[in-house]
Design a binder for this molecule. Structure first.
Ligand SMILES: *Cc1c(COP(=O)(O)O)cnc(C)c1O
Length: 402
């Protein structure tokens, strides 16, 4: 029942408190219904010409990439996006057949061979990289064309060829053996900002680049070159402006039920997919004046009930939240006290005097009317919800619930 391998455990509601993770100290719960609902909402929000790519890099933002990919595809996503070759291989090894785009850079012969073998699709960012692909595919006698995706840098200053060299780059790749351009894309730097100025300039550059490539002109048409698809939008841009949707949108965060920015909350109804839970392992009474945890950064101002919970910073609860976070027990908010330790945290549970060992504590998620979201943590830590979601370690089993 308990294994070291962190493949998701499936459990229906009945099993919740008895079988599947009866003896887990802490776990990440993945709500497949919420995930499926979010994907369906997104698909409905898009026009029929726009496909949805489910971005499942970084183990699907900590949710578990195989299970998320399968549910997203069932719910209407067509493409999958990963960051690395091993992330793509993991999906293929689990029998997933959908097209997989590797969003990150790849260029070694080993990576190129793996991409060809596993039918993954690379992002091409420079002429040098395109030549490496073509040459390597030639040496392994690759007998068809590998679909590749041209990345343009329109202002993110991360991967990609400068948008002003788009036409040259595309021409070069079109002339290389074993490569076929499947799409041309770029990535936005400020799509989550309420100020759309930078995004509008990136959009303009993308349009300019596409027009200089000249897919509309007769010469290219006569060569019978297939016109690649175009894509630009992440979650924020998807929710902001349908003119940024093109043929596909690449959505990560919104699929996991979080909004990229507060001003985008009213676009569609999303539900957080991930909950973080742990169990009470000991309850005791401490006297007024008692210090709690390393450094005694909390001193009990009165006699209080204290609960120890089996989760800590080694599981991904940021230590910076010490003395600054609340958790949910029996639908009530309860403060965490003292330094967060590697494997355990302490709570002031004076408001629940009959709390029992073994009861479930929700660190992120919902109990009754109360909810604590990754955004609450992110705001307190001056970071973004993306980082919170990716921060849960593999010591925590992922438990998928329907
Ligand atoms: C991660 C990533 C996305 C998804 O971003 P979200 O903001 O999570 O939707 C889209 N495109 C690229 C290139 C990415 O790296």
């Amino acid at each position: 029942m308990l294994s070291r391998k962190q493949t998701p455990i499936f459990a229906d509601n009945q099993e919740r408190d008895t079988y599947a993770w009866f003896s887990q100290r802490a776990w990440v719960e993945i709500d497949l219904g919420a995930l499926s609902g979010n994907v369906k909402q997104l698909v409905k929000f898009l026009s029929p010409r726009t496909q949805l790519m489910a971005v499942v890099k970084a183990d699907a933002y900590g949710h578990g990439s195989v299970v998320v990919a399968k549910i997203a595809l069932e719910a209407g996503a067509v493409w999958l996006g990963v960051a690395t070759v091993p992330e793509g291989i993991e999906l293929r090894e689990d029998g997933i057949k959908a097209p997989i785009l590797i969003l990150g850079a790849t260029n070694t012969p080993e990576q190129i061979q793996a991409i060809a073998h596993w039918q993954l699709q690379p992002t091409l960012c420079s002429p040098k990289q395109a030549l490496e692909f073509s040459n390597t595919l030639e040496t392994i006698n690759y007998n068809s064309s590998l679909p590749v995706h041209i990345k343009l840098d329109t202002g993110m200053s991360r991967l990609g060829t400068n948008w002003q060299q788009a036409a040259e780059f595309v021409q070069l790749v079109q002339g290389l053996p074993h490569l076929e351009i499947a799409s041309i894309y770029s990535h936005l730097a400020t799509a989550d900002s309420p100020d759309a100025t930078v995004m509008a300039e990136q959009h303009r550059r993308f349009e300019e680049a596409i027009s200089t490539i000249g897919y509309a002109n007769a010469q290219i048409k006569a060569k019978g070159i297939k016109i690649p698809s175009l894509h630009l939008a992440n979650s924020a841009a998807t929710l902001t402006d349908s003119r940024l949707h093109y043929d596909m949108v690449r959505v990560g965060l919104a699929m996991y039920g979080l909004y990229p920015a507060t001003h985008l909350h009213n676009q569609i109804k999303l539900e957080p997919v991930l909950q973080l839970k742990a169990r009470v392992t000991q309850v005791k009474t401490i006297a007024a004046g008692t210090g709690v945890s390393y450094g005694h950064h909390f001193i009990a101002p009165r006699e209080m009930r204290l609960a120890v919970v089996g989760i800590g910073y080694a599981d991904g609860v940021p230590r910076h939240l010490s003395n600054q976070m609340e958790v949910l027990i029996r639908g009530q908010r309860v403060p965490q006290i003292g330094a967060i330790t590697m494997d355990q945290i302490m709570l002031d549970v004076s408001s629940i005097p009959d709390l029992q060992e073994g009861e479930i504590v929700t660190l992120l998620g919902k109990q009754g009317k109360e909810q604590i979201s990754a955004d609450d943590w992110a705001n307190r830590l001056n970071t973004i919800s993306w980082e919170i979601l990716c921060g849960f370690k593999h010591r925590l089993p992922r438990v998928a619930v329907m």
